[in-house]
Every structure is written in C-alpha cells, then in structure tokens.
Design a protein around this ligand. Structure first.
Ligand SMILES: [Fe+2]
Length: 403
C-alpha cells in the first residue's frame, strides 16, 4: 500500500516510493529508496521536504518497524564486494608517461566537440570523420594507459561543462567498451556516440541548461527534449552507426522505465544504451555543474551499485572494475594516516591502487611525494591500505598536479 507520511515519521526499514518533489529538489540519485539510516531523514529535512510516500509492500509500515530492519549504514561495504574483481587491463606506459599525450587528446576532443555543438546550434550535422579521428586518438591513449586520459577527462570548469562532459563521456565509453572486450569497430561507435550524446542540448537555451533551482514542468520537458533533438540532428549524418545511435538515444532511459524519452524498460534498452546511462550519470554527478556541486566518484559508484532497479548491477560492477573503486585522480586516506592521489588500479584488488602519497594527516602537513603500490607491501612502509576517500575542496588540494 502507498501511504503519505511525514518525513519525521520515517524510520529505517521503510521504503520510500516517492519523495513528493521534483528530481532536482532532492539530493538523491533516485526518488525511490529503502531508508537505511537517519541520514536520509536528515537530508530530506535539510532540503525542506516535509512529506513522502512510502510503499508498505516493499518496507516497514508506519505502525510496525521491525528491529531487524534497523540497518547500520556502512558506506562502502557493498562496493567492497567488487574489491576482488581484478582488472585485466594492462598499461603500456605509466600515468605520468601518458599525461602529456592524454592532455593533447583531451584538447583536441574539446575543440572538436565545441565545433560540433556550435554547428548544431545552426542546424548543421557533425562531421563524423573529425569526430572519428578524435575517437581513434582516445583509443590509442587508453591502450597506452587508460587512467591518464580518464583522470584528465574529470578536470572541467563549470562554464565548459556541456562540452567537457561530452568529452569525458566519450573517453569513458571508449575505456568501458575496451574493458568489456568489444572490437575496434564497436569501440569506435561507442566513442562517437559518447562525444555526440548531448548534441541535442545545442538547441536548448543555455540559460535553461544552466538554470539553478526550480524548473517548471515546461522547462523540464524542454531540457528532456534534447534527446529527440539530438536524434533529428544526427539522422542527417551518413555513416553514423547503430551503436552510436543507441548510445545517444538511450542515455537517459532507466531499467525501471522511469527514464526518458520513451520510458523503455530492462533489456529493451540496448547494452550500449545501458552503458551510456551509467557513464553519463557517473560523469555528471562527479562534476561541478551550475546547479549542483560534484560528489566524490566513490560515493557515486556506490549509489550506482545500490540502484540495481535502475542500472544493471553486473554492468555497474564491470564499470567499477574498469575505473576502480577509487578512480585515478581521486584523493584517498590511508590506514597509515597519510593521504594521497590515486594513480591507477593495483594488480591485487580494486582496494589496493597505486597512490601518490603527499600529506601526513596526523601531523597535518605536506610530505615529499612518494608513489606507493598498495598491492605490493614495502619493507619501509609496510602493508598499507585505503580506508576512505577525501574531498579535495576540504583540503584545498588539486589532485591532478600530483599525477
Ligand atoms: Fe543528456
């Protein structure tokens, strides 16, 4: 039974069917969730949400709260199930050895995407050959060391969000496709689709895309129409393959049918579309946007992993094994009391990445940077491990300078 109750009446074990507000008015990834602890109630209070709908067939009722449903939240416990997944990806060079080339690839991709979006504003379709050429550069960079290009793709300024997000989605689609073992022709199409997935946004007024706060129903529909606009622009491009269309057409569809524009469900969404949905949300939520602050990549991966009714869990786990629980360029805290920037994934497990250690948290001071491979215990530093992630803003650290 669906019941409307006060937020203050919510207790662990209940299942929220609807948050009774629009998606941009609440801080969660989905409007349906099990209440696992009081932090959900706290967040709802902070966002001024007074009432929600609960589904008593999926969780506890208002009058009966079974003790066994009082779950203690352990942020990354579920994610650690993926820890033993070992990436088969091998790097030909180090992150540092690839950084300069990766930066050139990113700049070239950004110039191409900006040109494509500028053309789309004038009703012009993209020059697929130029986009394809950038995708091949991405493929070669990912082959040499995927972590370099992925971490560079994460660096974006708020004003260039739309174009850099397209670049980043292109990079991640290439890396994800290669990780899943797709052939070169398929990876090429995945990359092209990733770079062009939001081309329809060129026809949406920029002020609306960047508008913070409340959006009217009409404004929300206008933004959502970017998928259909994109399809119309791309239909005029000869040589654009079906996989690229699946990436662009399905990147906002969700397994439970709550996505748009066609509310397709389950495996009616192609695997390429399901991949683009995961990648699109991951990059958006880990980036600063004009209307929302970024979240830590590990936190977003955990949310994706928990949302199995929305994103296929096996696919999310494969994405995590591709980029890591602690992706390259993120700031992590070590058991030894030091802090560092992840350089790439270790061989032993996803919980043991290679880290550039540069801050002593106990003494609260910067140290001489040193690289530690947590999958290989050292005589000098012992068997250290990652115990959590840190916010670069909190420590005023720019992680990528340590790569
Ligand atoms: Fe989009």
């Amino acid at each position: 039974m669906i019941k409307k109750i006060k937020v203050k009446e919510l207790t662990p074990g209940m299942f929220i069917h609807d948050l009774n507000c629009r998606w941009f008015e609440h801080p969660f990834f989905t409007s349906q969730m099990k209440v696992t602890d009081r932090t959900i109630v706290q967040k709802l209070n902070e966002h001024g949400i007074k009432d929600v709908f609960i589904d008593t067939s999926k969780g506890s009722d208002l009058l009966r709260v079974p003790e066994e449903n009082l779950i203690t939240a352990d942020g990354n416990a579920e994610l650690e199930e993926c820890a033993e997944i070992k990436s088969k990806d091998r790097s030909l060079v180090t992150v540092r050895g690839e950084l300069v080339k990766a930066d050139l690839v990113k700049k070239s991709a950004l110039t191409t995407v900006e040109s494509v979006l500028a053309g789309a504003k004038l009703g012009k379709g993209p020059e697929i050959e130029a986009v394809e050429s950038v995708v091949y550069e991405m493929i070669h960079s990912v082959e040499r060391n995927k972590d370099a290009l992925i971490s560079i793709g994460r660096i974006k300024k708020v004003h260039e969000y739309t174009s850099m997000h397209s670049v980043s989605v292109g990079i991640l689609m290439v890396a994800f496709g290669m990780h899943l073992g797709f052939d070169l022709a398929q990876v090429r199409q995945l990359g092209i689709g990733g770079l062009l997935h939001d081309i329809g946004k060129a026809t949406v007024p920029e002020a609306l895309i960047k508008k913070p706060g409340y959006l009217s129903e009409e404004e929300r529909k206008t933004i959502q129409a970017h998928v259909d606009y994109g399809r119309k622009i791309l239909e005029n491009s000869p040589h654009l393959g079906e996989i690229s269309f699946a990436v662009t057409d399905h990147h906002h569809e969700r397994l439970d049918g709550t996505g748009y524009p066609n509310h397709i469900r389950g495996d009616d969404i192609s695997i390429f579309g399901q991949m683009s949905a995961i990648v699109d949300v991951y990059d958006a939520m880990t980036s600063d946007r004009s209307y929302k602050k970024r979240r830590h990549p590990t936190e977003v991966l955990r949310m994706l992993h928990e949302s199995e009714n929305i994103y296929k869990r096996e696919l999310v786990e494969r994405f995590i094994s591709c980029i890591g629980i602690y992706p390259a360029g993120t700031l992590v805290r070590l058991e030894s009391g030091y802090m560092g920037v992840v350089l790439g994934q270790g061989e032993r497990s996803l919980l043991h990445p290679r880290v550039r250690v540069m801050y002593n948290l106990k003494k609260q001071c910067v140290t001489t940077p040193r690289t530690v491979d947590l999958s290989r215990p050292s005589k000098k530093w012992g068997d250290d491990r990652v115990v959590g992630y840190e916010s670069p803003d909190k420590w005023q650290i720019t992680p990528h300078v340590y790569l």
